[in-house]
Design a binder for this molecule. Structure first.
Ligand SMILES: NC(=O)C1=CN([C@@H]2O[C@H](COP(=O)(O)OP(=O)(O)OC[C@H]3O[C@@H](n4cnc5c(N)ncnc54)[C@H](OP(=O)(O)O)[C@@H]3O)[C@@H](O)[C@H]2O)C=CC1
Ligand SMILES: O=C([O-])CC(=O)C(=O)O
Length: 435
């Protein structure tokens, strides 16, 4: 393949991106910002169509003003032949990811760029949000994306400014959050991370697509999602999700193991409530080979006690073995959560997502983000499933998770515009990864 000759301005910008001081060299915040926001004098445009490579063409600097910084090879314009433009490609979508230099993102970004999440005909622009602290790591991530030569990945931008990163975002995957440190109270964690999600909600409200779909992963994800949506009043509350798909996948795996079947035979598994140790993996409505899981497994003690606790505490078990929290399986579950919204849900089945409770048909308190069973037509939207059954065990467990989320909500009232915060959190409130 012929190599396009790069103009000096491209080479310069590439060099300044890779010649950041090493970790051992002191880098002032000002210098870092200056490096990140270095003025671009020109964007380069060149063809990447095999056998049709043209010399790069400089685009006037004015064209790039107000746009977030592009990265390396992604500053080159993908110039497809006319027939290829109309043949298969969909319109480019903007996918924003926060915590982009973290462990989960390190798995997720490559899945998205490969086409396995949004489909093989869906070009992607990735907008990566980091911080001053992680900026060099973010450049490392972008360099790995460059080196992966993904044909669907048309743009990569890195920034520490959510207003830049969320500009025109059609998907916002909010992964970045501060972990609970030793001795940190849950109320402090709620406040600290809540401030991040309040700011990001405001930024989404200001600059994202009016129909942006937001998936909050950073913990405590239900209440972070609530804070985010309350700070984004111009975006439908329905568009915000808290990730509980990992919990659903964990529950399916445990049911499959117990029943001695492969997990594709397990369906209709709901996670109700909070992504915490009060979450309720629903075995009453779950099916194995289309038959109620309760009948197939026929061990109510195991279902009520072992199964429920195993799913609730799976994250902590994994940390004990692995020494760090689930990253690869979380990335898989984020991909699953997106795929569930962009492809029609199989007939008779559903998926779990933490969504806003207003108008829910189950009698769950309104005004919180609660995991419930959803179905989608594949248009990015969803509806809640109506034909689910309840018994006393399920109702009681759901009520406990509901009470926990209502307490979390009171604790972040200062961040949702609902008055003065009062933190009366239940003693045993824990993330799945805490033991
Ligand atoms: N919902 C779910 O099912 C699951 C949720 N999680 C949660 O996902 C989150 C990310 O996990 P993981 O990728 O493993 O964690 P990492 O620590 O690897 O990455 C987290 C990223 O968050 C960013 N971050 C850290 N502190 C702050 C801060 N004060 N403000 C803004 N961003 C911050 C960091 O980015 P930077 O330096 O750029 O700020 C970091 O890159 C955690 O909150 C974790 O609890 C994990 C597993 C499952
Ligand atoms: O507790 C954590 O940070 C990790 C987590 O959410 C999980 O494993 O489900």
């Amino acid at each position: 393949m012929a190599v396009a000759e790069l103009s000096p301005s491209y080479v310069n910008s590439r060099l300044s991106a890779t010649q950041l001081p090493s970790l051992s060299a002191p880098v002032t915040n000002r210098r870092r910002l200056a490096l990140q926001r270095r003025p671009r004098t020109a964007l380069i445009s060149c063809s990447v169509v095999p056998e049709q490579v043209k010399a790069p063409v400089a685009v006037p600097a004015e064209d790039s003003r107000g746009k977030p910084e592009c990265f390396g090879v992604f500053c080159l314009t993908y110039d497809l032949k006319a027939e290829e433009e109309t043949k298969t490609w969909k319109k480019l979508i903007n996918v924003a990811v926060s915590g982009a230099a973290g462990m989960i993102s390190n798995h997720l970004l490559f899945k998205i760029a490969s086409g396995e999440v949004f489909g093989p005909d869906q070009p992607i622009a990735l907008k990566l949000l980091g911080s001053q602290r992680s900026f060099e790591a973010l450049e490392g991530v972008a360099m790995e994306l460059e080196d992966s030569l993904y044909p669907l990945l048309r743009e990569v931008n890195i920034s520490i400014d959510p207003y830049e990163v969320f500009q025109g975002a059609e998907w916002a995957l909010l992964i970045g959050a501060k972990p609970r440190g030793p001795g940190m109270e849950r109320a402090d964690l709620l406040d600290l991370n809540g401030q991040i999600f309040a700011e990001q909600g405001k930024a989404l409200n200001a600059v994202a697509s009016r129909n942006v779909k937001v998936i909050v992963v950073g913990n405590p994800c239900n209440t972070n999602a609530l804070i985010c949506l309350k700070n984004a009043p111009n975006i439908p509350a329905k568009n915000f999700h808290a990730l509980t798909r990992l919990d659903e996948n964990r529950a399916k795996c445990q049911l499959a193991l117990k029943a001695g079947v492969f997990y594709d035979k397990v369906s209709n598994v709901t996670i109700w409530g909070n992504h915490s140790t009060t979450q309720v993996p629903d075995f009453l409505n779950a099916k194995i080979y289309g038959i109620p899981a309760k009948e197939v497994i026929n061990d109510i003690k195991w279902l009520e006690e072992e199964f429920t606790e195993k799913v609730q505490k799976r994250g902590g078990e994994l940390i004990k073995k692995w020494g760090r929290s689930s990253a690869a399986s979380t990335a898989v579950s984020i991909a699953d959560a997106i795929k569930s919204l962009v492809t029609p849900t199989p007939e008779g089945d559903w998926f779990s997502s933490g969504v806003y409770t207003d108008g829910n048909p189950y009698g769950i308190a309104e005004g919180i983000v609660f995991s419930m069973p959803c179905r989608s037509k594949g248009d990015g939207d969803y509806e809640l499933v109506k034909d689910v059954i309840f018994d006393d065990f399920l109702r009681q467990r759901i009520a406990k998770s509901e009470a926990e989320l209502l307490a979390e909500k009171r604790c972040v009232a200062h961040l949702t515009g609902e008055g003065i915060a009062v933190c009366d959190l239940p003693e045993d409130t824990m993330l799945p990864g805490e033991m």
